[in-house]
Design a protein around this ligand. Sequence first.
Ligand code: ATP
Length: 461
Amino acid sequence: MPETTPPVPMEKLVSLCQRRGFIFQSSDIYGGLASCWDYGPLGVALKRNLKEAWWRAMVQEREDVVGLDAAILMQAKVWEASGHVAGFADPLVECKQCHLRYRADELKADKCPACGGELTQPRMFNLMFKTFMGPVEDEASITYLRPETAQGIFVNFENVLNTTRRKLPFGIAQMGKSFRNEITTGNFIFRSREFEQMELEFFIKPGTDEAWFRYWVNERLNWYVKLGIKREHLDFHVHEHRELAHYAISCHDIIFRFPHGWAELEGIANRGSFDLVQHAKHSGKSLDYYDEDTKEHYVPYIIEPSAGVDRSFLAFLSDSYAEEVAGGETRVVLHLHPSLAPYKVAVLPLSRREQLVTAAKQVWADLRRHWLVVYDDAQSIGRRYRRQDEIGTPYCVTIDFQSLEDGQVTVRERDAMDQIRVPIAALKTIIADKLAGEPLFTFTHGGQIWKRGEEEKAKAP
Ligand code: ATP
Protein backbone atom coordinates (compact mmCIF):
# COMPACT_ATOMS: atom_id res chain seq x y z
CA MET A 1 0.00 0.00 0.00
CA PRO A 2 1.54 3.37 -0.97
CA GLU A 3 2.14 5.49 2.10
CA THR A 4 2.81 9.14 1.45
CA THR A 5 3.94 10.17 4.92
CA PRO A 6 4.74 8.16 8.02
CA PRO A 7 2.00 8.21 10.67
CA VAL A 8 2.22 10.85 13.35
CA PRO A 9 3.77 9.35 16.52
CA MET A 10 1.19 8.64 19.21
CA GLU A 11 3.17 10.67 21.79
CA LYS A 12 2.58 13.83 19.76
CA LEU A 13 -1.18 13.30 19.74
CA VAL A 14 -1.27 12.43 23.45
CA SER A 15 0.77 15.49 24.27
CA LEU A 16 -1.41 17.78 22.12
CA CYS A 17 -4.55 16.31 23.68
CA GLN A 18 -3.31 16.92 27.22
CA ARG A 19 -1.76 20.31 26.54
CA ARG A 20 -4.80 21.76 24.82
CA GLY A 21 -7.55 20.06 26.82
CA PHE A 22 -8.85 17.46 24.39
CA ILE A 23 -8.36 14.42 26.62
CA PHE A 24 -7.23 13.85 30.22
CA GLN A 25 -6.50 10.67 32.11
CA SER A 26 -9.50 9.68 34.25
CA SER A 27 -9.10 10.43 38.00
CA ASP A 28 -5.94 12.32 37.17
CA ILE A 29 -5.36 13.92 40.62
CA TYR A 30 -5.43 10.43 42.17
CA GLY A 31 -2.76 9.15 39.84
CA GLY A 32 -5.15 8.14 37.05
CA LEU A 33 -7.33 5.14 36.31
CA ALA A 34 -5.86 2.92 33.61
CA SER A 35 -7.73 2.74 30.32
CA CYS A 36 -10.39 5.32 31.18
CA TRP A 37 -10.31 8.81 29.68
CA ASP A 38 -12.01 12.14 30.26
CA TYR A 39 -12.76 14.39 27.30
CA GLY A 40 -11.91 18.02 28.11
CA PRO A 41 -13.47 21.20 26.70
CA LEU A 42 -12.07 20.72 23.18
CA GLY A 43 -12.43 16.94 23.24
CA VAL A 44 -16.10 17.02 24.12
CA ALA A 45 -16.72 19.54 21.31
CA LEU A 46 -14.96 17.38 18.71
CA LYS A 47 -16.62 14.23 20.00
CA ARG A 48 -20.10 15.78 19.87
CA ASN A 49 -19.45 17.00 16.31
CA LEU A 50 -18.27 13.54 15.30
CA LYS A 51 -21.37 11.89 16.73
CA GLU A 52 -23.55 14.54 15.12
CA ALA A 53 -21.92 13.86 11.74
CA TRP A 54 -22.67 10.14 12.14
CA TRP A 55 -26.27 10.79 13.24
CA ARG A 56 -26.78 13.14 10.37
CA ALA A 57 -25.52 10.67 7.77
CA MET A 58 -27.12 7.60 9.33
CA VAL A 59 -30.48 8.96 10.54
CA GLN A 60 -31.32 12.54 9.57
CA GLU A 61 -30.43 12.43 5.88
CA ARG A 62 -31.94 8.98 5.29
CA GLU A 63 -35.53 7.94 4.83
CA ASP A 64 -35.05 4.39 6.06
CA VAL A 65 -33.44 4.77 9.52
CA VAL A 66 -34.82 5.87 12.88
CA GLY A 67 -33.02 6.51 16.16
CA LEU A 68 -33.10 4.96 19.62
CA ASP A 69 -31.54 5.57 23.02
CA ALA A 70 -31.88 2.44 25.14
CA ALA A 71 -30.80 2.04 28.78
CA ILE A 72 -27.29 0.80 29.50
CA LEU A 73 -28.58 -1.64 32.11
CA MET A 74 -30.75 -4.42 30.77
CA GLN A 75 -32.20 -7.67 32.09
CA ALA A 76 -29.50 -10.32 32.51
CA LYS A 77 -31.63 -12.58 30.29
CA VAL A 78 -30.80 -10.34 27.32
CA TRP A 79 -27.13 -11.26 27.67
CA GLU A 80 -27.92 -14.94 28.09
CA ALA A 81 -29.96 -14.89 24.89
CA SER A 82 -27.34 -12.94 22.97
CA GLY A 83 -24.63 -15.43 23.88
CA HIS A 84 -22.55 -12.92 25.84
CA VAL A 85 -22.82 -14.64 29.23
CA ALA A 86 -21.54 -17.90 27.79
CA GLY A 87 -19.27 -16.71 25.04
CA PHE A 88 -18.12 -13.09 25.24
CA ALA A 89 -14.69 -14.03 26.47
CA ASP A 90 -11.04 -13.74 25.51
CA PRO A 91 -8.30 -16.26 26.37
CA LEU A 92 -6.29 -14.92 29.33
CA VAL A 93 -2.74 -16.03 30.17
CA GLU A 94 -0.54 -14.86 33.01
CA CYS A 95 3.25 -14.84 33.32
CA LYS A 96 4.27 -17.12 36.20
CA GLN A 97 7.29 -14.92 36.87
CA CYS A 98 6.22 -11.25 36.59
CA HIS A 99 2.43 -11.85 36.72
CA LEU A 100 1.66 -9.64 33.74
CA ARG A 101 -1.50 -10.72 31.92
CA TYR A 102 -2.06 -11.02 28.19
CA ARG A 103 -4.64 -12.02 25.62
CA ALA A 104 -3.29 -15.35 24.38
CA ASP A 105 -4.59 -14.75 20.82
CA GLU A 106 -2.55 -11.52 20.58
CA LEU A 107 0.80 -13.06 21.57
CA LYS A 108 3.32 -13.98 18.89
CA ALA A 109 5.30 -16.44 21.08
CA ASP A 110 4.48 -18.68 24.04
CA LYS A 111 6.74 -16.78 26.46
CA CYS A 112 6.07 -13.57 28.39
CA PRO A 113 6.96 -10.60 26.08
CA ALA A 114 8.13 -8.57 29.11
CA CYS A 115 10.46 -10.99 30.93
CA GLY A 116 10.51 -14.18 28.87
CA GLY A 117 8.85 -16.12 31.71
CA GLU A 118 6.61 -19.14 31.33
CA LEU A 119 2.90 -18.49 30.79
CA THR A 120 -0.09 -20.20 32.43
CA GLN A 121 -2.56 -22.20 30.35
CA PRO A 122 -5.17 -19.87 28.77
CA ARG A 123 -8.46 -19.56 30.61
CA MET A 124 -11.51 -17.90 29.10
CA PHE A 125 -12.17 -14.53 30.71
CA ASN A 126 -15.61 -12.93 30.30
CA LEU A 127 -15.33 -9.30 29.27
CA MET A 128 -18.62 -8.08 30.72
CA PHE A 129 -18.65 -5.90 33.83
CA LYS A 130 -20.98 -7.53 36.31
CA THR A 131 -22.91 -5.62 38.95
CA PHE A 132 -25.98 -5.93 41.16
CA MET A 133 -29.30 -4.18 40.86
CA GLY A 134 -30.90 -3.16 44.16
CA PRO A 135 -29.69 -3.65 47.73
CA VAL A 136 -29.26 -7.44 47.70
CA GLU A 137 -26.14 -8.89 46.11
CA ASP A 138 -27.40 -12.30 45.00
CA GLU A 139 -27.69 -14.33 41.78
CA ALA A 140 -31.13 -12.92 41.01
CA SER A 141 -29.96 -9.30 41.12
CA ILE A 142 -26.97 -9.71 38.76
CA THR A 143 -26.91 -7.34 35.84
CA TYR A 144 -24.24 -6.21 33.40
CA LEU A 145 -22.96 -2.97 31.95
CA ARG A 146 -23.68 -3.42 28.24
CA PRO A 147 -20.64 -4.45 26.18
CA GLU A 148 -22.34 -3.23 22.97
CA THR A 149 -25.32 -1.01 22.22
CA ALA A 150 -26.74 -3.45 19.67
CA GLN A 151 -28.82 -5.60 22.02
CA GLY A 152 -30.86 -2.58 23.12
CA ILE A 153 -31.89 -2.25 19.47
CA PHE A 154 -32.78 -5.91 18.93
CA VAL A 155 -35.05 -6.08 21.97
CA ASN A 156 -36.84 -2.92 20.78
CA PHE A 157 -37.35 -4.17 17.21
CA GLU A 158 -41.07 -4.86 17.79
CA ASN A 159 -41.64 -1.59 19.67
CA VAL A 160 -40.13 0.45 16.87
CA LEU A 161 -41.88 -1.56 14.15
CA ASN A 162 -45.30 -1.13 15.82
CA THR A 163 -44.95 2.55 16.65
CA THR A 164 -43.42 3.77 13.38
CA ARG A 165 -45.30 1.48 10.92
CA ARG A 166 -42.02 0.83 9.13
CA LYS A 167 -41.60 -1.69 6.35
CA LEU A 168 -38.45 -3.64 5.63
CA PRO A 169 -35.78 -2.67 4.80
CA PHE A 170 -35.24 -0.19 7.61
CA GLY A 171 -32.70 0.50 10.30
CA ILE A 172 -32.47 1.55 13.93
CA ALA A 173 -29.45 3.61 14.95
CA GLN A 174 -28.10 4.20 18.40
CA MET A 175 -24.99 5.60 19.99
CA GLY A 176 -23.82 5.46 23.55
CA LYS A 177 -21.46 4.05 26.13
CA SER A 178 -20.31 0.45 26.17
CA PHE A 179 -18.08 -1.28 28.69
CA ARG A 180 -15.66 -4.16 28.30
CA ASN A 181 -13.31 -5.45 30.93
CA GLU A 182 -10.55 -5.79 28.33
CA ILE A 183 -7.55 -7.91 29.33
CA THR A 184 -5.06 -5.62 27.68
CA THR A 185 -5.79 -1.98 27.00
CA GLY A 186 -3.64 0.78 25.62
CA ASN A 187 -2.66 2.84 22.63
CA PHE A 188 -4.32 5.85 24.21
CA ILE A 189 -8.08 5.90 23.50
CA PHE A 190 -7.85 3.05 20.96
CA ARG A 191 -8.76 0.36 23.46
CA SER A 192 -10.31 1.35 26.76
CA ARG A 193 -12.69 -0.27 29.21
CA GLU A 194 -15.35 2.40 28.87
CA PHE A 195 -15.95 3.69 25.36
CA GLU A 196 -18.67 4.84 23.01
CA GLN A 197 -20.15 3.09 20.02
CA MET A 198 -22.25 4.25 17.07
CA GLU A 199 -24.24 1.30 15.79
CA LEU A 200 -26.82 0.75 13.11
CA GLU A 201 -28.89 -2.42 12.92
CA PHE A 202 -30.39 -2.60 9.44
CA PHE A 203 -33.29 -5.09 9.14
CA ILE A 204 -33.75 -6.71 5.75
CA LYS A 205 -35.38 -9.59 3.93
CA PRO A 206 -33.25 -12.77 3.98
CA GLY A 207 -31.65 -13.26 0.59
CA THR A 208 -30.99 -9.54 0.11
CA ASP A 209 -28.26 -9.61 2.74
CA GLU A 210 -25.21 -9.86 0.51
CA ALA A 211 -26.18 -6.81 -1.54
CA TRP A 212 -27.04 -4.76 1.57
CA PHE A 213 -23.82 -5.85 3.20
CA ARG A 214 -21.80 -4.51 0.23
CA TYR A 215 -23.88 -1.33 0.25
CA TRP A 216 -23.14 -0.60 3.91
CA VAL A 217 -19.45 -1.40 3.63
CA ASN A 218 -19.23 1.20 0.88
CA GLU A 219 -21.40 3.77 2.67
CA ARG A 220 -19.30 3.56 5.80
CA LEU A 221 -16.03 3.80 3.94
CA ASN A 222 -17.31 6.90 2.17
CA TRP A 223 -18.37 8.48 5.47
CA TYR A 224 -14.81 8.49 6.76
CA VAL A 225 -13.40 9.76 3.48
CA LYS A 226 -15.98 12.55 3.21
CA LEU A 227 -14.98 13.75 6.63
CA GLY A 228 -11.33 13.93 5.74
CA ILE A 229 -9.72 10.53 6.36
CA LYS A 230 -7.26 9.76 3.59
CA ARG A 231 -8.48 6.91 1.43
CA GLU A 232 -5.02 5.36 1.38
CA HIS A 233 -5.12 5.13 5.18
CA LEU A 234 -8.23 2.93 5.11
CA ASP A 235 -8.44 -0.71 4.13
CA PHE A 236 -10.45 -3.84 4.85
CA HIS A 237 -9.85 -6.92 6.87
CA VAL A 238 -12.19 -9.63 5.61
CA HIS A 239 -12.86 -12.14 8.38
CA GLU A 240 -12.13 -15.74 7.55
CA HIS A 241 -14.65 -18.29 8.74
CA ARG A 242 -12.67 -19.20 11.88
CA GLU A 243 -12.46 -15.54 12.97
CA LEU A 244 -16.19 -14.84 12.77
CA ALA A 245 -18.08 -14.01 15.96
CA HIS A 246 -20.70 -16.57 16.98
CA TYR A 247 -23.54 -14.52 15.46
CA ALA A 248 -21.97 -13.52 12.15
CA ILE A 249 -22.35 -14.90 8.63
CA SER A 250 -19.70 -12.52 7.30
CA CYS A 251 -17.75 -9.56 8.61
CA HIS A 252 -15.50 -6.86 7.14
CA ASP A 253 -13.48 -4.65 9.44
CA ILE A 254 -12.66 -1.20 8.15
CA ILE A 255 -9.07 -0.86 9.26
CA PHE A 256 -7.16 2.39 9.59
CA ARG A 257 -3.49 3.28 9.73
CA PHE A 258 -3.39 4.35 13.39
CA PRO A 259 -0.18 5.78 14.88
CA HIS A 260 0.49 2.33 16.39
CA GLY A 261 -0.23 0.47 13.14
CA TRP A 262 -3.14 -0.82 11.07
CA ALA A 263 -6.09 -1.78 13.27
CA GLU A 264 -9.87 -2.03 13.37
CA LEU A 265 -11.83 1.20 13.21
CA GLU A 266 -15.29 -0.23 12.51
CA GLY A 267 -16.79 -3.67 12.04
CA ILE A 268 -19.53 -4.38 9.50
CA ALA A 269 -21.26 -7.68 10.08
CA ASN A 270 -23.98 -9.72 8.44
CA ARG A 271 -25.62 -11.06 11.61
CA GLY A 272 -28.24 -13.10 9.74
CA SER A 273 -31.34 -13.78 11.85
CA PHE A 274 -29.30 -14.89 14.87
CA ASP A 275 -30.25 -12.11 17.29
CA LEU A 276 -33.97 -11.95 16.65
CA VAL A 277 -34.26 -15.75 16.69
CA GLN A 278 -32.43 -15.90 20.03
CA HIS A 279 -34.51 -13.16 21.63
CA ALA A 280 -37.74 -14.71 20.36
CA LYS A 281 -36.69 -18.05 21.86
CA HIS A 282 -35.65 -16.64 25.24
CA SER A 283 -38.46 -14.10 25.68
CA GLY A 284 -41.22 -16.28 24.27
CA LYS A 285 -42.35 -13.39 22.03
CA SER A 286 -42.54 -13.79 18.28
CA LEU A 287 -40.22 -11.42 16.47
CA ASP A 288 -41.41 -12.45 13.00
CA TYR A 289 -42.08 -9.86 10.39
CA TYR A 290 -45.16 -10.00 8.17
CA ASP A 291 -44.32 -8.98 4.66
CA GLU A 292 -47.50 -7.46 3.21
CA ASP A 293 -46.17 -7.52 -0.33
CA THR A 294 -45.36 -11.22 -0.44
CA LYS A 295 -47.79 -12.30 2.33
CA GLU A 296 -44.96 -14.17 4.08
CA HIS A 297 -43.84 -14.34 7.70
CA TYR A 298 -40.10 -14.41 8.29
CA VAL A 299 -37.41 -13.36 10.75
CA PRO A 300 -35.46 -10.43 9.27
CA TYR A 301 -31.74 -10.57 8.67
CA ILE A 302 -29.56 -7.82 10.07
CA ILE A 303 -26.61 -5.91 8.65
CA GLU A 304 -24.67 -4.08 11.35
CA PRO A 305 -22.13 -1.30 10.82
CA SER A 306 -20.61 -0.83 14.29
CA ALA A 307 -18.20 2.06 14.79
CA GLY A 308 -16.24 3.27 17.80
CA VAL A 309 -16.53 6.96 18.68
CA ASP A 310 -13.16 7.02 20.44
CA ARG A 311 -11.34 5.15 17.68
CA SER A 312 -12.87 7.48 15.09
CA PHE A 313 -11.75 10.43 17.22
CA LEU A 314 -8.21 9.09 17.20
CA ALA A 315 -8.36 8.44 13.45
CA PHE A 316 -9.59 11.95 12.62
CA LEU A 317 -7.02 13.47 14.93
CA SER A 318 -4.21 11.41 13.51
CA ASP A 319 -5.07 12.04 9.84
CA SER A 320 -5.59 15.77 10.30
CA TYR A 321 -2.37 16.41 12.25
CA ALA A 322 0.41 18.14 10.32
CA GLU A 323 3.58 20.03 11.05
CA GLU A 324 4.14 22.58 8.33
CA VAL A 325 6.68 25.28 7.66
CA ALA A 326 4.98 28.65 7.22
CA GLY A 327 6.81 31.98 7.07
CA GLY A 328 10.04 30.36 8.26
CA GLU A 329 8.32 28.87 11.31
CA THR A 330 6.93 25.43 11.92
CA ARG A 331 3.25 25.36 12.71
CA VAL A 332 1.24 22.44 14.07
CA VAL A 333 -2.13 22.34 12.37
CA LEU A 334 -5.15 20.08 12.60
CA HIS A 335 -6.69 20.03 9.12
CA LEU A 336 -9.98 18.87 10.60
CA HIS A 337 -13.08 18.93 8.45
CA PRO A 338 -14.92 22.12 9.52
CA SER A 339 -17.93 20.14 10.69
CA LEU A 340 -15.70 18.30 13.17
CA ALA A 341 -13.58 21.23 14.35
CA PRO A 342 -14.25 22.05 18.03
CA TYR A 343 -14.47 25.80 17.35
CA LYS A 344 -15.68 27.03 13.98
CA VAL A 345 -14.38 30.54 14.53
CA ALA A 346 -11.93 32.41 16.77
CA VAL A 347 -12.48 36.11 17.41
CA LEU A 348 -9.27 38.07 17.96
CA PRO A 349 -9.02 41.80 18.76
CA LEU A 350 -5.68 43.12 17.51
CA SER A 351 -4.93 44.59 20.94
CA ARG A 352 -6.53 44.86 24.38
CA ARG A 353 -7.55 48.49 23.83
CA GLU A 354 -11.02 48.96 25.23
CA GLN A 355 -12.73 49.98 22.00
CA LEU A 356 -11.34 46.93 20.17
CA VAL A 357 -12.28 44.57 22.97
CA THR A 358 -15.83 45.93 23.05
CA ALA A 359 -16.24 45.57 19.29
CA ALA A 360 -14.68 42.09 19.30
CA LYS A 361 -16.88 40.89 22.16
CA GLN A 362 -19.94 42.04 20.24
CA VAL A 363 -18.84 40.01 17.20
CA TRP A 364 -18.12 37.06 19.50
CA ALA A 365 -21.61 37.26 21.07
CA ASP A 366 -23.28 37.45 17.63
CA LEU A 367 -21.39 34.45 16.22
CA ARG A 368 -21.90 32.38 19.38
CA ARG A 369 -25.59 32.22 18.56
CA HIS A 370 -24.71 30.00 15.60
CA TRP A 371 -21.54 28.10 16.46
CA LEU A 372 -19.08 27.33 19.21
CA VAL A 373 -16.75 30.32 18.92
CA VAL A 374 -13.67 31.16 20.99
CA TYR A 375 -12.32 34.58 21.99
CA ASP A 376 -8.60 35.15 22.45
CA ASP A 377 -6.77 38.41 23.15
CA ALA A 378 -3.53 37.10 24.66
CA GLN A 379 -0.14 37.64 22.96
CA SER A 380 0.68 38.52 19.36
CA ILE A 381 -1.75 37.87 16.54
CA GLY A 382 0.72 35.41 14.95
CA ARG A 383 0.87 33.39 18.15
CA ARG A 384 -2.92 33.38 18.36
CA TYR A 385 -3.26 32.10 14.78
CA ARG A 386 -0.86 29.26 15.67
CA ARG A 387 -2.90 28.37 18.76
CA GLN A 388 -6.04 28.14 16.64
CA ASP A 389 -4.28 26.14 13.89
CA GLU A 390 -3.17 23.64 16.51
CA ILE A 391 -6.77 22.92 17.55
CA GLY A 392 -8.17 22.99 14.03
CA THR A 393 -10.24 26.22 14.09
CA PRO A 394 -11.10 26.83 10.40
CA TYR A 395 -11.57 30.62 10.60
CA CYS A 396 -10.04 33.46 12.61
CA VAL A 397 -11.73 36.86 12.64
CA THR A 398 -9.44 39.78 13.52
CA ILE A 399 -10.78 43.14 14.61
CA ASP A 400 -8.31 46.04 14.19
CA PHE A 401 -8.42 49.84 14.45
CA GLN A 402 -9.48 50.12 10.84
CA SER A 403 -12.52 47.96 11.73
CA LEU A 404 -13.77 50.68 14.07
CA GLU A 405 -13.84 53.08 11.14
CA ASP A 406 -14.96 50.99 8.16
CA GLY A 407 -16.94 48.22 9.95
CA GLN A 408 -14.81 45.54 8.25
CA VAL A 409 -12.83 42.67 9.75
CA THR A 410 -10.19 40.23 8.48
CA VAL A 411 -11.14 36.57 8.04
CA ARG A 412 -8.17 34.23 7.90
CA GLU A 413 -8.55 30.66 6.70
CA ARG A 414 -6.67 27.88 8.51
CA ASP A 415 -5.41 25.71 5.63
CA ALA A 416 -4.34 28.15 2.91
CA MET A 417 -3.84 30.97 5.45
CA ASP A 418 -5.57 33.32 2.96
CA GLN A 419 -7.01 36.51 4.39
CA ILE A 420 -10.00 38.49 3.18
CA ARG A 421 -11.61 41.68 4.42
CA VAL A 422 -15.38 41.49 4.96
CA PRO A 423 -18.08 43.75 6.47
CA ILE A 424 -19.07 42.78 10.04
CA ALA A 425 -22.72 42.91 8.96
CA ALA A 426 -22.07 40.12 6.42
CA LEU A 427 -19.75 38.04 8.62
CA LYS A 428 -22.25 35.44 9.74
CA THR A 429 -23.52 34.78 6.20
CA ILE A 430 -20.01 34.64 4.74
CA ILE A 431 -18.78 32.17 7.36
CA ALA A 432 -21.93 30.08 7.06
CA ASP A 433 -21.40 29.90 3.30
CA LYS A 434 -17.77 28.99 3.76
CA LEU A 435 -18.60 26.26 6.27
CA ALA A 436 -21.28 24.79 4.05
CA GLY A 437 -19.72 25.56 0.72
CA GLU A 438 -16.70 24.63 -1.31
CA PRO A 439 -14.85 21.63 0.02
CA LEU A 440 -11.70 22.36 1.90
CA PHE A 441 -10.32 19.07 0.68
CA THR A 442 -10.30 16.79 -2.29
CA PHE A 443 -10.19 13.07 -1.74
CA THR A 444 -8.47 10.22 -3.48
CA HIS A 445 -10.49 7.18 -4.31
CA GLY A 446 -9.23 4.20 -6.27
CA GLY A 447 -6.31 6.32 -7.43
CA GLN A 448 -8.63 9.07 -8.71
CA ILE A 449 -9.09 12.49 -7.24
CA TRP A 450 -12.70 13.30 -6.53
CA LYS A 451 -14.42 16.10 -4.73
CA ARG A 452 -16.72 15.94 -1.79
CA GLY A 453 -20.23 15.31 -3.10
CA GLU A 454 -19.01 13.49 -6.21
CA GLU A 455 -17.85 10.32 -4.52
CA GLU A 456 -18.77 6.95 -5.84
CA LYS A 457 -21.96 5.63 -4.27
CA ALA A 458 -22.95 2.00 -4.32
CA LYS A 459 -26.55 1.63 -5.33
CA ALA A 460 -28.93 0.43 -2.65
CA PRO A 461 -30.42 -2.90 -3.68
P1 ATP B 1 -11.23 -5.56 18.80
O1 ATP B 1 -11.04 -6.76 17.89
O2 ATP B 1 -10.32 -4.42 18.50
O3 ATP B 1 -11.30 -5.92 20.25
P2 ATP B 1 -13.98 -5.91 18.37
O4 ATP B 1 -13.98 -6.64 17.06
O5 ATP B 1 -14.19 -6.66 19.61
O6 ATP B 1 -12.68 -5.00 18.46
P3 ATP B 1 -16.59 -4.89 17.94
O7 ATP B 1 -17.21 -5.78 18.92
O8 ATP B 1 -16.75 -5.18 16.49
O9 ATP B 1 -15.03 -4.72 18.29
O10 ATP B 1 -17.03 -3.39 18.27
C1 ATP B 1 -17.31 -2.43 17.25
C2 ATP B 1 -16.44 -1.22 17.38
O11 ATP B 1 -16.44 -0.72 18.74
C3 ATP B 1 -14.97 -1.47 17.09
O12 ATP B 1 -14.71 -1.43 15.72
C4 ATP B 1 -14.31 -0.33 17.82
O13 ATP B 1 -14.33 0.86 17.04
C5 ATP B 1 -15.18 -0.13 19.04
N1 ATP B 1 -14.57 -0.80 20.19
C6 ATP B 1 -14.68 -2.09 20.56
N2 ATP B 1 -13.99 -2.34 21.69
C7 ATP B 1 -13.43 -1.17 22.05
C8 ATP B 1 -12.58 -0.76 23.14
N3 ATP B 1 -12.22 -1.62 24.09
N4 ATP B 1 -12.19 0.53 23.19
C9 ATP B 1 -12.56 1.42 22.25
N5 ATP B 1 -13.36 1.09 21.21
C10 ATP B 1 -13.79 -0.18 21.10
